[in-house]
Design a protein around this ligand. Structure first.
Ligand code: FES
Length: 499
């Protein structure tokens, strides 16, 4: 008999017995634990994912219990994001192309390469089922938190590009090989791989020179869709596997935005919407019935808390929420640091209390969690420099939104929906986004977190070649605005600086 320990958002952990060999979704459902499973456990929707202590993210409907397991249940918010994603994603019949003839058990992998995190979705083409999702930290982080630091590494070190490329391939291959060995498969069974990510990451992936992205006019080496074979990219796959790298728009509006926008299916009544991806950079798009506009803001990694003194990614132990009553951490464990949403909350509370002035002055460090309470034994604090970091980032994003609205000739009130993509969007409180001035007050009722839109797009592209026409229509309609050469940007930036 195996023991399942369930850790939820609230209340003490629950434990119950389960037979080894039983299906996890069945066991959870039988014990009254509701997991969002819109495809009825067929493994096609990918929405029943939960986190296990030993194996990371698994699909409950595809997971067999083999022994004792600790399971972190999705929060109500995460469940609602998954539901939203499911209902607002274009659906196509599975039609991956001729590559499935390369193996009798053909599998594919959709990979979203973020500056901070890499997510891999493993898809079984025979059963038309998503079988596994893995998420790892980008191993290039040791060369810098943001794309500019990593490009600088390539400028300063002649072998830098080769190093960044091989770090990526090694990490991806490690995940693929782990999946193959756990599922009794061979490398030749991986017949298709799709990639999304920001433009710089995709240059590193293909070992293409990315240096021009760092300097005006920020032209990338390529933006068009790229094709390779498994052998050319030295992937742990069939030598002739079809490798597809989705297209980008510019040096700072990458395939992550193209894929996310193409996969997003807003409700019929939504005619005008903003798509905001606040990852290591801030990428923004505005879609109206007449214009499709996009831009990128040099927001820096403040929203992922990379340059914050006690900052950390939105993973277990991060303070992800804060009120005057105290903090909440991800997975409800003692705090280890502060992620982007926690940072926004703390600053909002201190603004309301008058401890941070409207111009952003904080007189001394504010202790969020004393050393005695923290998981690391060190106090978690907010410094005046942290406040400044967020202030610059939020001003850049708010100015970018203003420029998009002005260019489209509309005001904020005309926007029907604001879709927040990326991990930061999952946890951010609308109140804090508005209190800090990141988003306009009029957006309050219109904000929808949509999770990893880029990963969703990569998966749709893996499953179906029919998605190409959606991607092409995004590319054809989207007009890129280079903020650094927009005459109004500096004024808008300065006007959005105060809280
Ligand atoms: S319920 Fe759809 S993938 Fe598990």
């Amino acid at each position: 008999m195996a023991i399942l320990k369930l850790i939820g958002e609230t209340g003490p952990p629950l434990s119950f017995n389960a037979d080894p060999g039983a299906n996890l979704l069945d066991v959870l459902t039988r014990n009254g634990i509701e997991i969002y499973a819109p495809c009825g456990g067929n493994g096609t929707c990918g929405k029943c994912r939960i986190r296990t202590r030993n194996q990371g993210i698994v699909l409950a409907c595809q997971h067999t219990i083999t022994g004792d397991e600790e399971i972190i249940l999705p929060s109500a918010l995460e469940a609602s994001i998954l539901e939203f994603q499911h209902n607002h994603t274009f659906k196509y019949p599975v039609n991956p192309g001729e590559c499935t003839q390369l193996s009798e058990s053909p599998y594919g992998v959709a990979i979203d390469i973020g500056t901070t995190t890499i997510v891999l979705y493993f898809f079984d083409f025979s059963r038309e089922s998503l079988v596994y999702i893995s998420s790892i930290l980008n191993p290039q982080q040791k060369y810098g938190a943001d794309v500019i630091s990593r490009i600088n590494h390539c400028i300063q070190d002649a072998g830098g590009l080769a190093t960044l490329h091989s770090e990526l391939i090694r990490a991806i291959n490690h995940q693929i090989r782990r999946f193959l060995s756990e599922h009794g498969l061979e490398e030749k069974d991986i017949v298709k791989v799709t990639f999304t990510g920001n433009t710089t990451m995709l240059h590193f992936l293909l070992k293409e020179d990315a240096r021009s992205i760092a300097f005006a006019p920020y032209q990338p080496g390529f933006t068009q869709e790229q094709h390779r074979t498994g052998a050319e990219l030295e992937l742990a796959s069939h030598n002739h596997a079809f490798i597809k790298v989705l297209p980008s728009i510019s040096g700072y509006v990458g395939a992550d935005i193209v894929a996310g926008l193409a996969a997003l299916k807003p409700e019929d009544q939504i005619k005008t919407y903003l798509f905001i991806d606040l990852g290591t950079n801030g990428e923004l798009a505005l879609v109206t019935p007449d214009r499709h506009l996009c831009c990128a803001t040099a927001a820096g990694p403040a929203f992922e808390a990379a340059n914050i003194s006690c900052g950390m990614a939105a993973v277990k132990g991060a303070i992800s929420g804060y009120t005057e009553k105290g903090y909440q951490t991800i997975a409800d464990v003692p705090p280890l640091g502060l992620c982007g949403s926690g940072l926004m909350d703390v600053i909002s509370v201190l603004l309301d209390a008058g401890s941070i002035s409207p111009t952003g002055e904080l007189e001394q460090d504010f202790v969020i969690a004393p050393a005695a309470d923290s998981g690391s034994g060190e106090a978690i604090r907010l410094t005046p420099a942290d406040v400044r970091e967020l202030q610059l980032a939020k001003a850049a994003v708010a100015a970018g939104i203003s420029i998009l609205l002005k260019s489209a000739g509309i005001d904020a009130a005309s926007v029907d929906a604001v879709y927040l993509a990326g991990g930061f969007g999952n946890y951010i409180k609308k109140e804090s986004a508005i209190r800090t001035g990141l988003l306009d007050q009029s957006f309050f009722e219109k904000i929808f977190p949509i999770g990893n839109a880029s990963g969703t797009g990569a998966l749709v592209a893996l499953k179906s070649a029919d998605f190409d026409s959606r991607v092409n229509s995004v590319l054809e309609q989207m007009q890129y605005i280079e903020l650094s050469s927009d005459p109004d940007f500096i004024t808008e930036y300065a006007m959005n600086m105060s809280f």
